[in-house]
Design a protein around this ligand. Structure first.
Ligand code: PAN
Ligand code: ZN
Length: 189
């Protein structure tokens, strides 16, 4: 970049599916074998092929993790599927820096953003193409795919948010999203 120069940006988004291209992008995949203990029905979990893909994430990290004022940007694809009657979902986390907020938005498919506050009250917001979700601070968040096709959503979060997976791994959310009488339903645990 130089004074008066006009250049192409280092990154692009494929607007059909929000696939990210360019520099500073990380990719990660979560398969059934990586998600021990996440789903309620262990018998059904053990019957699934360990390599079954559950979700994948691309994230653009233009500044180092922890940079005050920095922003990250990502695309998550959750595959359609269930473990027993529980929908495929992300692990879920709160931010280590608990007051840090985040935007999610729906790109493709249908799902539910599951939110839980510090009092362990849990609720959901429908995700659909064009839905916009502001995740307030202090909320644990996770996404389940409730439809027959891939669920794709975008996210942007502060570079100094950090991710706390331990609390959710240990205590879970206070409700699980299950199919009950053919409908996605938050069921208290
Ligand atoms: C998202 C999530 C992404 C995957 O980018 O990290 O959807 O979910 P888990 O991190 O819970 O596995 C985000 O919320 N970043 O803060
Ligand atoms: Zn987050």
């Amino acid at each position: 970049m130089g004074h008066l120069s006009v250049v192409s940006p280092p990154n692009t988004i494929e607007l059909k599916n929000w696939h990210l291209d360019g520099r500073d992008i990380t990719e990660s995949e979560k398969r059934i074998k990586h998600l021990h203990g996440l789903f309620k029905d262990e018998e059904s979990y053990n019957k699934l092929h360990p390599e079954t893909l559950v979700y994948s994430v691309q994230a653009h990290h233009p500044v180092p993790e922890g940079t005050p004022g920095g922003l990250f940007f990502g695309t998550t694809i959750v595959q359609p599927g269930r473990v027993g009657t529980e929908y495929f979902m992300t692990r879920g986390h709160s931010h280590l820096n608990e007051e840090r907020t985040e935007y999610y938005w729906g790109v493709q498919g249908e799902g539910i953003l599951i939110l839980m506050n510090k009092q362990r009250e849990t609720w959901g917001e429908n995700i659909f193409p064009g839905s916009l979700h502001f995740i307030r601070g202090f909320l644990a968040h996770r996404v389940a795919n409730t439809g027959p096709t891939q669920l794709i959503f975008g996210a942007s979060w502060p570079a100094d948010a950090g991710h706390n997976y331990d609390d959710i791994a240990r205590e879970g959310f206070s409700a699980r999203l299950m199919e009950v009488s053919g409908k996605p339903t938050l069921v208290s645990i």
